[in-house]
Design a protein around this ligand. Structure first.
Ligand code: ZN
Ligand code: MN
Length: 454
């Protein structure tokens, strides 16, 4: 038998709007005094009426479009009923059968550099819950509720079960996080809980070769799936999935079918722990939210939002390589953080034509020196890099001496260059630069000149 993990993801992202999803309270809740950002609406007091946040709706459309989704012309909110102390209304306003966006995809390259398409099933909008804090007061164990987070706009992104390895999950999540940060709609910060992950995993046991299982979508899917909750870092996603792959595979090997259930990750025990048997949609008794009219989007409204999609990380990285001649590696790091990318480009534009050779140095400086972006303007950056180059500038005589020396011991390259082979010149430049730190362009010119007169 071959055992192949089949993984899908639910990702919750808090939107960085000014106010909450259905009221005017501020969205800040991390490290804030408990229960100060609350009102009758987000406390679920009787008679309070929700009013949807327009920006949150627009940003959900924006994210949906960026993920290649189709925006539904009509969309509505529904009540998802369940009881938990952090949910004051006894239901969460969410979206059930008419989400804002559906049927998208995100392409990733896995570690074997194989192209993989991860289908996005839906992108919908809902509200966050309050937060429980378990504490001890006067040696009594208590649970406290903080409603600052209650009603913060939350986007839920649901993928199809298209992941075949933990690596693919990892690559996808990092790419998604970058996209969200680029759009400027959320910090997508796992430590602060503004990005939260719920992978679901099952194992497909089959006599087919593993290669087929990876490339094809197994049908039928395994008859069970395990949903993992409470995972707040990329590292724990990896560990929880590793644990589940092992646990489920061992069960299947001994002929036992794993149960359909929800499990949580325990940091202290380093294992997943069963929480409850998986509930079905009908357990939530979804029904349309009667206090909010359905939404209708015209094609014009959608295309105005589509026009707001800025250059995304992959495209920017490719452009940096092409336009500025920096390495793939440098471009990827520079574009990882949109603020760093802007700093780099602004600084490059400040270079005088004769300084254009400094582009790579600027990139390296930003990457290696961990420049404090808020405390250093692009102009200051250019000055710093220029100075650092001057400091290493060596005496002209010294450079001439080294060039003569290199030309003297690399007769073959010299002959090749004279026969018209340009790469030979670059080889000689490289040999000089191995011995001394200098501007490659200057070295090239000096070499050319020297070889003319040889
Ligand atoms: Zn409120
Ligand atoms: Mn949700």
């Amino acid at each position: 038998m071959n055992y192949q993990p089949i993984i899908g993801l639910e990702v919750h992202v808090e939107l960085a709007t000014k106010s909450k999803m259905f009221c005017g309270c501020p969205v800040e809740h991390f490290g804030v005094t408990p229960n100060i950002h609350t009102c009758p609406v987000c406390l679920g007091l009787p008679g309070a009426l929700p009013v949807p946040n327009k920006k949150a709706v627009e940003w959900t459309i924006l994210l949906g479009l960026t993920l290649g989704c189709k925006v539904n012309k009509e969309s509505k909110f529904d009540r998802k009923n369940y009881f938990y102390p952090d949910l004051p209304k006894g239901y969460q306003i969410s979206q059930y059968d008419e989400p804002i966006a559906v049927d998208g995809e995100l392409r990733i390259k896995n570690y074997e550099l194989r192209d993989r398409i991860i289908r996005i099933r839906r992108v919908h909008l809902e509200e966050d819950t309050g937060k429980l804090q378990h504490a001890e007061i006067n040696s009594e164990k208590v649970s406290l509720v903080d409603f600052n987070r209650s009603g913060v706009p939350l986007v839920e992104i649901v993928t199809e079960p298209d992941f075949r390895s933990i690596e693919e999950v990892d690559i996808f999540l990092k790419k998604l996080q970058r996209i969200i940060r680029y759009l400027g709609i959320s910090g997508a910060d796992m430590e602060k809980g503004s990005m939260r992950l719920e992978p679901s995993i099952s194992i497909s046991a089959s006599r087919k070769p593993l290669q087929d299982l990876v490339l094809q979508r197994p049908s039928p899917l395994p008859p069970y799936r395990v949903e993992l909750k409470n995972i707040n870092s990329f590292r724990f996603v990896r560990k929880a999935l590793e644990y589940e792959i092992k646990r489920q595979t061992e069960m299947l090997r001994t002929g036992v079918q794993p149960l359909q259930q929800t499990r949580g990750w325990s940091e202290t025990k380093n294992e997943t722990i069963p929480q409850r048997e998986k509930e079905e949609a009908h357990d939530y008794r979804y029904f349309p939210e009667p206090d909010i009219p359905p939404m209708r989007f015209t094609s014009d409204q959608v295309s105005v939002i589509r026009d707001q999609i800025s250059e995304l990380p992959d495209a920017k990285s490719a452009r940096f390589v092409k336009q500025y001649g920096i390495t793939d590696y440098a471009a990827t790091i520079l574009t990882d953080d949109p603020a760093m990318a802007i700093h780099f480009e602004t600084a490059v534009q400040l270079l005088k034509p004769e300084q254009s050779f400094l582009v790579a140095d600027l990139a390296n400086w930003l990457i290696n020196k961990r420049v404090d972006l808020s405390g250093t303007t692009p102009a200051e950056l250019v000055i710093q890099v220029t100075k650092s180059k001057e400091a290493t500038d060596i005496d002209q005589n010294e450079l001439d001496k080294i060039i003569t020396e290199v030309v003297g011991i690399n007769k073959k390259a010299v002959t090749e260059y004279k026969l018209g082979k340009e790469p030979a010149l670059m080889f000689l430049v490289g040999q000089v630069l191995r011995k001394v730190k200098a501007d490659p362009r200057l070295v090239k010119e000096l070499l050319k000149e020297g070889l003319l007169h040889e």
